[in-house]
Design a protein around this ligand. Structure first.
Ligand code: AP5
Length: 295
């Protein structure tokens, strides 16, 4: 894990249980439409960068979601996760939301909901998504902003996935005064990305992400209902990757002081260990700031 800049922190913050155990964006109104949700969290002990991390299995109903709370006044955590197509953003978001209780807002999921609803925006969005290009800002920017400003995001904090993807989208967030506490960049080599895209499958009932090789379905019943995304072909991922490379540097330059670069080539639990360490660091820094302000 590489912390690229010194992270800026809000004052007077500590970790406390959040208001709700749920972290997905919306109930899934359409079983044919994939929306990401969390999976169960298994006990594990692992090693990353010489540090041992231990996690315990927790029933989802009383998982210790965390809200970063100021003394007296709640100050929720705000995180952006970024990375190339199939770098593991959605997979890590499942793990992060499970532990921290943030509201997961994925630009791609919001767009796929519009496509599935066959709205005018959805029809237009699909044309761009099929070409692996960015959907125009007229559609994306307000959609994401409105979701960020909804009460659950404001109360529990948010985990923004796949947005911003261009300097103009980043500028729009800044103009609205929306700034994350941490910007996570998943770094994955290109040959691995293609393999992950081609093998990805989705459960339309639960929204869970699978991979035929790395995260196979638990049983035949689940296996029989798995679907594949329309843009998950080797040909389309190359177009999506080109779009990503054209824009990533401009976005990074906006968040360089709060960016943590994570090695996403490793197994998902190891990737999560790096992210968890970064989020813990943010919490600790906030507590320190709180102490120094109080002194
Ligand atoms: P979006 O849906 O955001 O797609 P993406 O960025 O291409 O990312 P993916 O969802 O494909 O991958 P991921 O990083 O979430 O990986 P996952 O965890 O699933 O966007 C789609 C399209 O919408 C864009 O092309 C664009 O047209 C449009 N769009 C979206 N946002 C936009 C915006 N802001 N502006 C304009 N247009 C926008 O993992 C992938 C696979 O790998 C899975 O099978 C998983 O099981 C496996 N896997 C994950 N981690 C590991 C690991 N560590 N080891 C082994 N396997 C792993």
């Amino acid at each position: 894990m590489l912390i690229m800049g010194s992270t800026s922190f809000s004052p007077s913050l500590s970790l406390s249980p959040s208001l709700s155990p749920h972290s997905s964006k919306f109930p899934n109104p359409n079983p044919n439409l994939f929306l990401r949700s969390h999976s169960s969290f298994t006990p594990l002990t692992l090693r990353s960068n010489q540090t041992r991390y231990r996690f315990k299995k927790l029933p989802s109903s009383n998982a210790p979601n965390f809200l970063v709370a100021a003394s007296g006044k709640a100050e929720p955590l705000k995180v952006i996760i970024s990375g190339a197509p199939a770098s593991g953003k959605g997979t890590q978001c499942e793990l992060i939301t499970q532990k921290y209780g943030l509201v997961h807002i994925a630009a791609g999921d919001l767009l796929r909901a519009e496509v599935a609803a066959a709205s005018e925006n959805g029809k237009l969005a699909k044309e761009y998504m099929e070409k692996g290009e960015l959907v125009p800002n007229e559609i994306v920017v307000m959609m994401v902003k409105e979701r960020l400003l909804q009460p659950d995001s404001q109360q529990r904090g948010w985990l923004l996935d796949g947005y911003p993807r261009s300097s103009s989208q980043a500028a729009a967030l800044e103009d609205y005064g929306i700034r994350p506490d941490l910007f996570i960049l998943l770094d994955v080599s290109e040959d691995i990305l293609v393999e992950r895209v081609v093998g990805r499958r989705l459960d339309p009932l639960t929204g869970k992400i699978y991979h035929l090789k790395y995260s196979p379905p638990e049983n035949d019943e689940i296996a029989s209902r798995l679907t594949q995304r329309f843009d998950d072909t080797e040909e389309k991922v190359k177009l999506r990757l080109r779009t990503h490379h054209q824009n990533v540097d401009a976005v990074l330059s906006v968040y360089k002081d709060i960016t943590v670069k994570v090695n996403g080539n490793e197994a998902k639990e190891h990737v999560f260990a790096q992210i968890n360490a970064a989020l813990t660091h943010v919490g600790e820094q906030r507590k320190l700031n709180s102490g120094s302000l109080a002194a």
